[in-house]
Design a protein around this ligand. Sequence first.
Ligand SMILES: NC(=O)c1ccc[n+]([C@@H]2O[C@H](COP(=O)([O-])OP(=O)(O)OC[C@H]3O[C@@H](n4cnc5c(N)ncnc54)[C@H](OP(=O)(O)O)[C@@H]3O)[C@@H](O)[C@H]2O)c1
Length: 305
Amino acid sequence: MVIVLLGKNGQLGWELQRSLLPLGEVVALDYPQIDVAQPDTYVSLLREAAPRVIINAAAYTDVERAEAEPERAFAVNGTAPGVLAEQAVGMGAALIHYSTDFVFDGKKTSPYLETDPIGPLNQYGVSKLAGEQAVLQAGKSYLILRTAWLYSLRGHSFITRVLKGARQKQSLRMVTDQVGSPTWARLLAEVTALLLARGGEDAPGWLAERRGVYHLACSGQANRLQWAQEILRLDPHREEQVVEVVLPARSEEFPSPVKRPAYSVLDCSRFNRVFNMSLPDWRLALRLAMDTSTVLAASQSARPG
Ligand SMILES: NC(=O)c1ccc[n+]([C@@H]2O[C@H](COP(=O)([O-])OP(=O)(O)OC[C@H]3O[C@@H](n4cnc5c(N)ncnc54)[C@H](OP(=O)(O)O)[C@@H]3O)[C@@H](O)[C@H]2O)c1
């Protein structure tokens, strides 16, 4: 089976490259080799590869910057997924696309269902919602997997920021008024690969029968303070930490041009019902992610200096 993966260098894309390997030939692409906002940079590559599955892990994910350049965010997150869905239809392929908890306004106090009203609070959320709608409109065989609070131990993420802060400052402040489900990118990638393995050579037909929007995040919930405390507790190099206290804070103490949902926990029971799979509790996932071998690189890059 040939799979085209877009966004191979991102948190999720990097993990997908690894998870998809056993399934067949993976043609992995990213910016600047291609620009998903400019179809002429990848359409001929797609046709040449003739994939059974296209996986779109490319996205404009800088939520703050999206406020300043909404057109670019919209082109990448809103328009490109529709083009990919059309291309997939044209070549009889399936499309797997990822979306976000930021399509919700965060006013609920119990986990969001796929059927709950959407209401993005910022340009990133608006653009991701447009991408969902474009796939729904153009696609035939597709999954839109809405995930949340995605992290990896590569590059910059909440984890690496917390580890770094704990090595530089005696006190840290973390907000308690943002609640979500931290989700390890590796587990999302593994589940994506398992889905494709189930569909086998008929992945496009199998997914067409199950097409739609699904929530897929680790179970349980945490606020940013609880998440940071767990990261610090699981840090395999705690002796390097100089932090003495992590103080609770409110979002308004960190002025930002971006409004974020206060509560964006996703109810993943639809995915669980249809595919008989679910992601573990966020604490267990974090423990796996922070296993000494995987965290080594992150804690090394977190050392001051
Ligand atoms: N991160 C989160 O907390 C979170 C939460 C919920 C949902 N999600 C969704 O989950 C998916 C994966 O997110 P992620 O955290 O893995 O994102 P990421 O780490 O930011 O990776 C996105 C990748 O897409 C690439 N890209 C950006 N613009 C592109 C363009 N015009 N053409 C081609 N490639 C482009 C990026 O390249 P550059 O780095 O060079 O720009 C990067 O390699 C996305 O759909 C995202 O919206 C993320």
